[in-house]
Design a protein around this ligand. Sequence first.
Ligand code: AMP
Length: 291
Amino acid sequence: MRLVRSRRDLAQALTKLDGPQGIGLVPTMGFFHAGHVSLMERAVKDGASVLSVFVNPLQFGEGEDYERYPRDPDRDLRIAEEAGIDLVYMPPAADVFPPDFSTSVTVADLSALYCGHFRPGHFEGVTTVLARLFGLIKPQRAYFGQKDYQQSAIVRRMVTDLALAIDIEVLPTIREDSGLAMSSRNVYLTEAQRQAAPFFHQALSDTERDMLAGERDGAKLLAKLERRLKKIPGFKPQYWALADAKNLQPKATAVEGDVLLAAGHFGATRLIDNCVLGESAKSGPGAIKRP
Ligand code: AMP
């Protein structure tokens, strides 16, 4: 595995890497868990693999956790090497965004919904850094996690709108045994919050079960989801929504394939999760205790 920290070294290393299948990029902010590893392993399986590790200042709002975002570059490099990654780009902020950088990329509409409503500028930060990374690395494939459902829908839109020749692969959410979606931010949780956090996923999958049992009325499903989220000890739900899987528009009537999206806080820690209706029935949900 080769490690580079500058655009110049990156460009040089890329010339040696490009193979017949092209390059697969896994963009991350580091502090790896099994969710990141699943993306890396898939990229490695598909061909030459590049991993970017960059805590992107543009996607953090004022008062958010940019400074205290967890970082452990040495551990990340060990994990990347074990996963078989070919090349790691781990730059300082000024290498990605030099002082004269003046472009931003916005996917209108989609970026204003749900998480975007509560984190203005967040998705613009994400799409801008991805456009930059796509330009620097020129991947044929890029890998994202379904855990950040809205993000992956926005990235697909950007790639289509800008006619970028990149296949966007969205891989399933990796969860702890408790059902809690793995997230770098889970380290912020106190012991008590950790005990309660699995009920977030449980609330979504219980609502999915209601839908599969025949309840198709979106308002009723969301009222049930709201009640469940508000019962979770120490949790402050921020939004809960039923959306079309592709364009993310709110739905009044649920069909299989629609997605439940939700976010909320345990103290200062913000968690997001989602559930594609009908998906857990296919993969078999784990048994999780109720609050
Ligand atoms: P991050 O480092 O949080 O920006 O995440 C980098 C990539 O890993 C994004 O595409 C995320 O969607 C993905 N990811 C984060 N958590 C998970 C998870 N639990 N399962 C699968 N993918 C994930």
